[in-house]
Write a protein that binds this ligand. Structure first.
Ligand code: SAM
Length: 202
């Protein structure tokens, strides 16, 4: 989906995935010592603001300029600072090494030549952590039954094989496929099949 699609989605005043952090993200960041976090495709800032409120130095990006406007507004409402850049996952560059990277419902296109997940995790330091929650390929069925959200293109939905291929230099602390009930604004709502991955870079 293009950046125009996301700009349009974020144009309304409402926060489409809500203002609270994703639950899996929260459950893992809550047990880590604050440092520098990178949030790719961060959207309207719910996870970035939660991290900043908990003492993390927050860096995030998204190719939607409307996402940045909403995220910075949410940061201001909460009296915190986040470093937000408008850029594409296949173009962004950082001079910084991060302690934590979190992919929350970031379904990027993996091509033969470019794997955005591999590219982005190059910015994570050795022994740094990764938190990921993405829709599994089975979400195609749950979308039909419950209209619970996620991309309609099965190629960008995840399975364990894609985890192994995208994150070869990680030691898994937790890897599971789960059926959960999402309650994230108006776009992630109802029974959904997700893959959760919490890992450490080797
Ligand atoms: C489902 S939303 C999730 C937003 C956020 N992570 C959250 O959980 O609230 C996916 C986000 O990825 C962004 N995105 C998609 N493709 C991208 C790309 N190629 N480069 C940068 N951002 C992208 C979209 O603009 C959108 O904000």
């Amino acid at each position: 989906m293009s950046s125009n699609f996301w700009d349009e989605r974020y144009l309304k005043d409402e926060y489409v995935y809500g203002k609270n952090p994703n639950e899996y993200f929260k459950s893992k960041i809550d047990i880590l010592k604050p440092g520098k976090i990178l949030l790719p495709g961060e959207g309207e800032g719910r996870n970035a603001v939660y991290a900043a409120k908990n003492g993390w130095g927050v860096f995030c990006f998204d190719f939607s300029s409307q996402a940045k406007i909403k995220a910075e507004k949410l940061a201001k409402e909460n009296n915190v600072h986040i470093n937000y850049i408008t850029d594409d996952v296949n173009n962004i560059n950082y001079e910084i090494e991060f302690d934590l990277i979190a992919f929350v419902f970031n379904h990027f296109i993996i091509s033969e030549n470019i794997n955005p997940y591999k590219r982005i995790t190059n910015f994570l330091r050795k022994d740094g952590n990764l938190i990921l929650e993405l829709f599994s390929k089975e979400q195609i069925e749950y979308q039909k039954k419950y209209n619970s959200g996620g991309p309609k293109n099965i190629d960008v939905l995840f399975d364990f094989q894609m985890i192994y291929e995208s994150f070869p230099n990680f030691e898994a602390i937790e890897l599971k496929k789960e059926l959960i009930e999402l309650k994230e604004g108006n776009h992630h709502i109802g029974y959904s099949s997700v893959i959760d991955f919490f890992a450490k870079k080797k």
